[in-house]
Design a protein around this ligand. Sequence first.
Ligand code: NAD
Ligand code: ZN
Length: 227
Amino acid sequence: MRIVVLTGAGISAESGVPTFRGKEGLWRKYDPRDLATPEAFRRDPKVVWEWYNWRREMIAKAQPSEAHRILAELERRRDLRIITQNVDGLHQRAGSKKVIELHGNIWRVRCVICRVRYYDERVPLEDLPPKCKECGGLLRPDVVWFGETLPQEELEEAYRLSSEADIFLVIGTSAQVYPAAELPFVAKRSGARVIEINPEETPVTPYADLSIRKGATEGLREVLDQL
Ligand code: NAD
Ligand code: ZN
């Protein structure tokens, strides 16, 4: 039996990493939705990088939550795959091995000119904005910003896994960002049992076979015996 899990910022909220849409998500006078765009980066790469430095520092200090650890443990024992919209790498730090990252990874940088990409986990990155060692071009966080397309390979794999799932768990996503938000519906159409864990209702709720209105850890504990 294949279990596929789609996670969003809500699972990392339990590690103390703020979500975007929650009231805690604001930074200074900026709205993250105005900072996480290619236009913002073109306008002021330094201010975008300051924001990413702040997020990287916060994530570096955070620990994977119990929910991250439960999923990592399940992955060792079961046919379970994780698809995440999170860029924080907390699933991997909890021990998950085969995580599909739909929106990139905040610990990776990419050159806007020669497109070389690599991990740079220094906190904070200095001399902002950082420059490419190969060509001198601007480096940007290797994450998917608003208005950008998702990495093709990861997206295809996510659709394939979703259509093959027997159980599809949706944890901590507001299900408002497409195409990730479509995956629970792909799974449902293909016959999966869809289980949602979220303290709030989302567009997935009416379609879910079971919707648990709780936080990630508590909700996961509750469904463990049904998996
Ligand atoms: P979102 O901020 O839109 O929604 C978060 C959801 O989590 C909400 O539905 C909320 O009700 C739920 N939630 C809050 N506390 C929870 C808890 N304890 N347990 C379970 N659920 C809880 O996040 P999203 O749907 O992931 O989409 C936002 C986008 O922003 C994504 O594309 C993601 O890449 C990015 N983002 C990533 C991070 C991260 O990597 N940690 C953090 C913020 C935003
Ligand atoms: Zn370069």
